[in-house]
Design a protein around this ligand. Structure first.
Ligand code: PCP
Length: 391
C-alpha cells in the first residue's frame, strides 16, 4: 500500500474498526451472549451554532451493511435531521454488526458534516452558485467522498476529477495562479485558455495575480470580449481589506465599460460570514476549507432493545423509536409508537425512517443529483436558516 489508507477490503473486513469491538465480539462468542438487538444511530448534539444537519454518506453505509444478516431503516440521504433523532435503526444479532460501528460512524459522521457545511454555505450565499474547491485540504484517498458530500449538500459543482468520475458530473475549475506565474503574461494565459479548453467550460478568468483586480478584470474583458463568462477574484488575504467593496468596484467598472454580462466569482478563505457579506455583490463562489474541513457530526450508535426489552445507557432514550414529521408545518414527533400521529395543524404526520437494508440487501437510493435538488428545494421550503448570531 503506497498511501496510509485502508482498502475497501480492509473496511469490509472490519480492519478499520476499534479493537474493543473485536474483543467484545470474542467475549460474546465465548460466553454465548449473542442476542437479537435494535441499535440506533443519532447525534446528541451538533457542532456549535448548527441547529440542523444534512444526512450523507448513506450510499457507502448501505454497501458496508450489504451481505450482513440484518435489517435497517434509515432517513433517506439528504434528509434534514436534528439532535436526538434516529437517522439509522439496525435490527439483528449483535455479533453480526458489532464490529461495523466504527466504519459506519466514520462514513456518516464526516460526510454529513461536509454536506451540512455545504448546505449552510449555499444558504449564506443566498442560494447563488457555490463550487467546492476543498479536496486539497483533505487526504486524497477521500476526495471522491468530499466532493460527493459537498455536491449532495447543495454545491453546484466541485473540482475533483475522481469525484467527477464517481458522480458522472464534469468537475469545475478555473485557472491556477501557477499557470499565470509560469507564463508571466496574463493575456496570453487567458487567450490560451479560451483557444484550447473545451468551449463547454465557462471562461472564468483569474484576475488577481499581478495587479489590481479592477485593472485585470477590464483587461480580461477586453482580451476575451463576449467569450468572458466571469472574472475570479482570489485576492490574497494581505490585500483583502474590504472584499465587498473590491467586488462592488469591479462590478461598477465592468458595467461602466459595457461588460454588464461578465460575472464576478470570488474564492479564497471564504466561510459562512464572508459569504453572507458577499452574497449581494458577487455572482458565484469557490469554497474550500470551510466545507471540506467541516466539523464532523457526532453520531453515536446505541443499543436500545435487547431481545425486545427496551434498554439504554444513561443519557439516552430506550426502545426502538420512530421519528415523524408533518408534511405541512414540519413539526416533528419522536415516539415509540408505530402509528403516525396527527399534527396539531390537523395533518397526519409521516414516518422519516424508511427501509434501507433488508436481509443484508440495500433497497437502493436515488442518484445524488436528485438528492441534491430535493434538498435545495427543502431548504427553501422550510426557510432553513443559519442564524446570524451563529456567525
Ligand atoms: C485555491 C483555490 C481556491 C482556494 C484555494 C479554496 O486558491 O483556487 O481559491 O480554498 P480555501 O477556501 O480553503 O481558501 P490558491 O491556493 O490561491 O490556489 P490557486 O492558484 O490554485 O488558485
Amino acid at each position: 500500500m503506497t498511501f496510509h489508507t485502508a482498502s475497501d477490503r480492509d473496511i469490509m473486513d472490519c480492519r478499520t474498526t476499534d479493537i474493543y469491538f473485536r474483543r467484545a465480539r470474542e467475549i460474546i462468542g465465548r460466553r454465548g451472549w449473542d442476542r437479537r438487538v435494535v441499535a440506533e444511530v443519532s447525534a446528541s448534539s451538533l457542532p456549535p451554532g448548527w441547529s440542523w444537519g444534512v444526512l450523507a454518506g448513506m450510499e457507502e453505509v448501505a454497501e458496508l451493511l450489504r451481505g450482513r444478516k440484518l435489517d435497517a431503516l434509515a432517513m433517506p440521504e439528504g434528509s434534514i435531521f436534528h439532535p436526538g433523532e434516529p437517522v439509522i435503526r439496525i435490527e439483528g444479532k449483535y455479533s453480526d454488526f458489532c464490529e461495523l460501528e466504527t466504519p459506519l460512524l466514520g462514513l456518516s459522521c464526516q460526510a454529513s458534516g461536509i454536506a451540512t457545511a455545504a448546505a449552510r454555505c449555499k444558504i449564506a450565499a443566498g442560494f447563488k452558485p457555490v463550487l467546492s474547491f476543498g479536496i486539497r485540504r483533505m487526504h486524497p484517498a477521500i476526495s471522491p467522498m468530499v466532493d460527493r458530500s459537498a455536491y449532495l449538500g447543495g454545491c453546484d459543482g466541485f473540482s475533483g476529477i475522481a469525484g467527477g468520475e464517481l458522480l458522472g458530473v464534469e468537475p469545475s475549475g478555473t485557472i491556477p495562479h501557477a499557470l499565470m506565474l509560469l507564463v508571466g503574461d496574463r493575456k496570453q494565459v487567458w487567450r490560451a485558455f479560451d483557444e484550447i479548453i473545451d468551449e463547454e467550460v465557462p471562461r472564468i478568468m483569474l484576475v488577481d495575480t499581478f495587479s489590481d483586480e479592477v485593472v485585470e478584470s477590464l483587461s480580461a474583458a477586453q482580451a476575451l470580449g463576449k467569450n468572458l463568462f466571469a472574472v475570479r477574484l482570489d485576492t490574497p488575504s494581505s490585500r483583502r481589506g474590504n472584499m465587498g467593496l473590491i467586488v462592488e468596484e469591479v462590478r461598477w467598472k465592468l458595467d461602466a465599460e459595457g461588460y454588464e454580462d461578465v460575472k464576478i466569482f470570488v474564492s479564497g478563505g471564504l466561510d459562512e460570514s464572508s459569504l453572507v457579506e458577499l452574497a449581494g455583490r458577487a455572482d458565484a463562489f469557490g469554497v474550500g476549507t470551510s466545507i471540506s474541513s467541516a466539523r464532523t457530526i457526532d453520531f453515536a450508535m446505541d443499543i436500545v432493545e435487547v431481545e425486545g426489552t427496551k434498554v439504554s445507557k444513561r443519557g439516552k432514550f430506550s426502545g426502538a423509536k420512530n421519528i415523524y414529521e408533518c408534511p405541512g408545518c414540519f413539526e416533528r414527533s419522536l415516539t415509540l409508537d408505530d402509528r403516525a400521529p396527527d399534527c396539531g395543524c390537523g395533518r397526519r404526520m409521516e414516518g422519516l425512517l424508511r427501509p434501507f437494508v433488508q436481509g443484508g440487501k440495500p433497497v437502493g437510493m436515488p442518484p445524488v443529483g436528485e438528492v441534491r435538488k430535493k434538498l435545495i428545494g427543502e431548504m427553501k421550503r422550510r426557510e432553513l436558516s443559519i442564524d446570524a448570531k451563529e456567525l
